[in-house]
Design a protein. Structure first.
Lengths: 155, 134
């Protein structure tokens, strides 16, 4: 546990912290505004209310699991700063959980036609959703690779 | 009186903070560098951040079952940042040798307490809703 914090650790920690804070901001926005919600009239013009019920039911199931990802990732950042091997444990747990949640979200969007180019082009809520999905997958893969090869794993 | 949710959460969180500090002082769990830090911990972190901002404003009047996971997430993430800043940068308080939840290393204690901060806005929101019934 005597290693110094490297530039890579600082960058990794900063990216994870931005991700955790963005996750918190997303859920605050979800509960206090409509900015994160898709334009349901565009997705299902015949029965937008029915689609909204399905969408809200699906999305409302995420905060507890997202909370788990946010807290384990924050613990990974904390222990990375402490140069403690527990950073690897919490980092891998948080990154794996993030990938799991991202894949559930992506497949829901694919099955319900939310990623059709015509809809994506016309709806900023869906554009944000897709950007979040891509960032979650990329950050999760990069984090798993980096934590698995981190020197703290061998201490 | 106290009909406003953020105000109720402020009062409840200040009471929670005072209770935590009283218990920790009796058990000698941590020691503050100055009395001003203790006051800031109770008033700013417990009262304003966890109480008014998270439990009162984010929690609002939404159903508890919907909002509790978000309140815990926000409280714990901010708590971990707060404990991390103290542990690695500010050193406003130091941990005693007494074990906390079976933990003996100061960084482990700080991490555990950081996560436990998540209970502060949850408790404030639950008590605030209960008080509003009377």
């Amino acid at each position: 546990m005597a290693q110094s914090t490297t530039r890579g650790d600082r960058l990794h920690g900063a990216l994870m912290l931005i991700g955790v804070l963005a996750m918190c901001a997303y859920w605050i926005a979800f509960f206090v505004s409509d900015v994160t919600k898709p334009n349901v009239a565009l997705i299902d013009p015949l029965d937008p209310a029915a689609f909204m019920r399905v969408y809200m039911g699906f999305e409302s199931a995420f905060p507890l699991a997202d909370g788990f990802v946010a807290v384990t990732s924050a613990l990974a950042i904390f222990y990375l700063a402490a140069k403690d091997p527990k950073a690897v444990l919490f980092g891998l747990v948080g990154s794996g959980a993030l990938m799991f949640l991202a894949l559930i979200d992506i497949y829901f969007n694919v099955l319900n036609g939310l990623y059709r180019p015509s809809r994506l082009w016309a709806d900023s809520g869906l554009q944000m959703e897709m950007a979040i999905n891509i960032i979650c997958v990329a950050l999760s893969v990069a984090s798993v690779i980096r934590f698995w090869s981190h020197p703290l794993r061998r201490t | 009186m106290l009909s406003d949710a953020p105000l109720r959460c402020l009062v409840i969180s200040l009471a929670l903070g005072s209770l935590c500090e009283l218990v920790s002082s009796r058990l000698r769990l941590w020691r503050y560098a100055s009395q001003a830090t203790l006051l800031a911990n109770v008033v700013v972190m417990f009262g304003l951040v966890q109480g008014v901002l998270i439990a009162g404003l984010v929690g609002g009047t939404r159903p508890l079952a919907e909002i509790v996971p978000l309140l815990f997430m926000l409280g714990a993430v901010i708590g971990l940042i707060y404990e991390g800043l103290n542990e690695f940068v500010v050193h406003g308080w130091t941990w005693s040798d007494a074990p906390l939840l079976g933990l003996t290393r100061s960084s482990d204690k700080a991490a555990a307490v950081g996560v436990l901060w998540g209970l502060a806005p949850v408790t404030a929101a639950i008590l605030s809703r209960s008080l509003s019934l009377f």
